[in-house]
Design a binder for this molecule. Structure first.
Ligand code: SAM
Length: 287
């Protein structure tokens, strides 16, 4: 099948299948061949890699990925796209389509079934309504202590979210996602993308980011789950102090939390957003 990355080829497929684009699933399909090729190139995918694609849509980027990767596993939530994808990818033997919500997928199981337990390269034009939960769950499912399931993440997201990937403590953009990115990856903004290369046009600008998984974490902890449970509790009520927020959510004694803060020479009324990854790691080791 010819490239789907043109306005006419995309419209033809949508008409042929009587498919109505769903805003609620963040469906903005790419219609620019150059951009699609560039994203795949930036991902560094080669024949040694198994790709996990999130939201293939009508299969536009999947077509290009299938040429570069050894295998592509694409997870698409919209059941109505299954017939479309069987048609558009009929000549691609190395593509598997899974009709599922990516947030409900067991990454370890996917890796076991399709990649002999090895790590995926994730490449996607993400649905913008769930950018943060998707990146968070891709990262959190990794463990330096047990198994790394992801090698790298190359994804198109909203530009405003891309601009926040390097947020530092004390800024309003700093949160659980910034800390997960810092703990697991070396992040970079790879390119900006105009709204004109999608059907329909999104009403925000876009950017492609690259998150390269680090070989070693920047801080060492014995229990990564505990670290991120603590971080999420600290940011769950941003206006509260660290002690009040964490003691409320995790039912931890306030005096213990105050002692942890004293150990790292922080005021007892500090907020979570002022603590660094190193601070969180030290507190998580003590509680
Ligand atoms: N990759 C296609 C492209 O670039 O043209 C489509 C990208 S579109 C921005 C996002 C895709 O993600 C849509 O096909 C949408 O149905 C799918 N999607 C939305 N929520 C999802 C979820 N929770 N799990 C898997 N796919 C999802």
């Amino acid at each position: 099948m010819d490239s789907l990355a043109t306005p006419s080829a995309t419209k033809e497929i949508l008409d042929q299948f009587g498919f109505s684009i769903k805003k609620r699933y963040g469906q903005n399909f790419l219609i620019d061949e150059n951009i699609v090729r560039k994203i795949v190139k930036l991902s560094g995918v080669s024949k040694n890699d198994v790709v996990l694609e999130i939201g293939p849509g009508i299969g536009t980027m999947t077509q290009v990925l299938s040429l570069e990767a050894s295998k592509v596993v694409s997870v698409e939530i919209d059941r109505k796209l299954m017939d479309v994808l069987s048609y558009t990818l009929q000549d691609r033997q190395n593509v598997t389509i899974i009709n599922e919500d990516i947030l409900k997928c067991d990454l370890e199981e996917l890796s076991g079934t399709y990649n002999n337990g090895g790590p995926f390269k994730v490449v996607a034009n993400l649905p913008y309504y769930i950018t943060t939960p998707i990146i968070m769950s891709l990262l959190e499912n990794n463990s330096y202590l047990n198994n790394m399931l992801i090698d790298s993440i190359t994804v198109m997201i909203q530009k405003e979210v891309a601009d926040r990937i390097n947020a530092k403590p004390g800024t309003k953009d700093y949160g659980a996602l910034s800390l997960a990115i810092e703990y697991y990856t070396k992040p970079s903004v790879l390119m900006n993308v105009p709204a004109s290369v999608f059907i329909p046009r999104p009403n925000v600008d876009s950017a492609v980011i690259g998150l390269e998984i680090l070989k070693e974490p920047p801080v060492k902890v014995k229990n990564e789950k505990k670290l991120f449970t603590l971080i999420k509790a600290a940011f769950s009520q941003r206006r509260k102090t660290f002690v009040n927020s964490v003691s409320g959510v995790l039912n931890i004694d306030k005096n213990l939390l105050r002692e942890c803060l004293s150990d790292i020479k922080k005021d007892h009324d500090i907020r979570g957003e002022e603590l660094s990854l190193k601070d969180f790691a030290s507190i998580s080791e003590r509680i």
